[in-house]
Design a protein around this ligand. Structure first.
Ligand SMILES: *[C@@H]1O[C@H](CO)[C@@H](O)[C@H](O)[C@H]1NC(C)=O
Ligand SMILES: *[C@@H]1O[C@H](CO)[C@@H](O)[C@H](O)[C@H]1NC(C)=O
Length: 451
């Protein structure tokens, strides 16, 4: 009977090598993984079923895939939401200081979306792909906790639309059927991309356009910054007009006409060092991006310089990608003593002060889509300052012959020079700008209807 004697393993009998052991380990882990996934899926399914009955609160989750400190419009939305008695969860990048009320208010919760930066050099496309995947993971995990049973609306800023629109729509279709997605359209992301290609039919532009279109159609409500943008969403994206509300941008509370002593304010601003009572001040705020033409401003300033017989300060505020190009162009010219050109990056608290003491504003923004409006003009009007602006389709919803001068040919430096000169010395559009200043955000916000 010796053949049934158990002999145990012989030394060396289990030396299968690591590939076989790996396969065995994988095979053994299948039931564990399966159990884990099923448990998770069942849990998520139950969450979904429970939520189908609707939200149990009236909270709003506001998402900005950008720096919250530089998203004034979204901050005004948040403030209005809080005023109307809602609890707000605000998600975005926390790179710069936020308006005070966002910190003080115990009805606003802040959630940081981590910024993904290119730390080591890798090709742009590889980085972009990596960034989107990383953001998808981050946003999904963040939003699936921030959006809870009390959430009624999710308000998403667009652009940027990748990947945040898709994530919001995905969550709405899966575990958050109780929320309504509201897209706040500031512009069209595909038109921003098109600044690079100047070709509507470029595959990347078309892809982004379709992405925005279909994600947009899957959302529940829409706000737009202009009537023109609403028309576009209706005609080109096929979104039902009844679900779109126009909410024009309005200046914040700090942008009001000057009340106190002009001299005292001028003294507070280092950039106006040497400013005398008789001097004039032109302000142009910018983020030095592709949709602004600084070449034409520099040329116009050269012409203005030779026309002036009293002193003018030209202050360009802001920083951005094309800043160096502008400063170089300014440095290359020899300016007379009558024109003093300065570039400055002002703290949030000083910027309204500068506008309050300005005589005229210049807006070089010509809008990638032609459908949005420059916040800079809105803020200037808030302070009652008339403007010279580049022309584009939506502009006439804001600038009229009562409050500003609009370019006929955006690339004509002589015309820009003439218009700046006229605004400073020949026409008085201040009353019109002051009337515009009286229209404020709260009135516009009533148009949202759903809130
Ligand atoms: C979308 O818009 C944002 C600005 O909000 C811009 O930074 C980003 O580059 C745009 N995306 C593409 C693919 O152009
Ligand atoms: C606009 O101005 C530019 C620069 O002066 C000029 O080259 C161009 O022909 C003008 N365009 C029109 C339509 O007048």
């Amino acid at each position: 009977m010796s053949w049934i004697v158990y002999k145990g393993f012989q030394p060396g009998q289990l030396d299968f090598g690591w590939p076989v052991w790996t396969l065995i380990a994988l095979w053994l882990s299948v039931p564990v993984l399966f159990y884990f996934c099923m448990a998770h899926a069942t849990y998520l399914w139950r969450v979904r079923q429970k939520r189908l009955a609707g939200p149990s609160g009236n909270d709003v989750v506001v998402i900005v895939l950008g720096d919250l400190g530089h998203s004034p419009r979204m901050a005004y939305h948040v403030r209005s939401l809080v005023k109307s008695g809602r609890f707000v969860h605000l998600c975005g990048y926390l790179e710069s200081t936020l308006p005070d009320f966002l910190y003080d208010d115990d009805t606003v919760d802040l959630y940081e979306i981590p910024v993904i930066r290119r730390r080591v050099w890798i090709p742009y496309l590889v980085f972009a792909a990596f960034k989107v995947v990383a953001q998808c993971c981050k946003l999904t995990s963040l939003l699936s906790t921030v959006i809870d049973k009390n959430t009624e609306y999710v308000l998403v800023q667009n652009p940027p639309s990748i990947p945040v629109l898709a994530i919001a729509v995905f969550l709405r279709k899966t575990i958050c059927p109780h929320v309504k997605i509201v897209v706040d359209w500031h512009n069209l992301n595909f038109s921003i991309l098109n600044l690079k290609y100047h070709n509507d039919n470029h595959p990347a532009v078309q892809l982004l356009r379709n992405y925005e279109k279909y994600m947009g159609k899957l959302a529940d409500y829409h706000f737009t910054v202009t009537e023109k943008l609403k028309e576009f969403l209706q005609t080109d994206f096929g979104i039902d007009g009844a679900r779109i509300s126009v909410v024009h941008d309005r200046p914040g509370d700090e942008f009001v006409p000057l009340k106190g002593d002009k001299r005292a304010i001028i003294k507070e601003l280092a950039v106006l060092d040497g400013f005398r009572d008789a001097d004039k001040l032109i302000v142009s705020a910018t983020s030095f991006t592709e949709d602004e033409d600084f070449g034409v401003l520099v040329e116009a300033l050269k012409k203005l310089d030779s026309k002036l017989d009293s002193r003018v300060y030209m202050v360009v505020t802001g920083k951005g990608p094309l800043q160096k190009k502008f400063l170089d162009a300014v440095a290359q010219n020899k300016w007379s003593e009558n024109l003093i050109i300065r570039n400055v990056w002002l703290p949030v608290s000083d910027y309204p002060k500068l506008l309050q003491v300005a005589d005229a504003g210049v807006s070089l923004h010509y809008s990638s889509s032609g459908l949005d409006l420059p916040m800079k003009i809105v803020d200037l009007f808030g302070c009652g300052v008339p403007v010279v602006s580049m022309d584009f389709p939506a502009l006439h919803e804001l600038v009229t012959d009562q409050n500003g001068l609009v370019m006929k040919n955006n690339s004509d430096a002589s015309e820009l020079c003439d218009k700046m000169y006229r605004l400073l010395y020949e026409v008085d559009l201040k009353p019109g700008a002051l009337r515009e200043s009286a229209r404020r955000w709260d009135q516009e916000w009533r148009n949202t209807k759903i809130f």
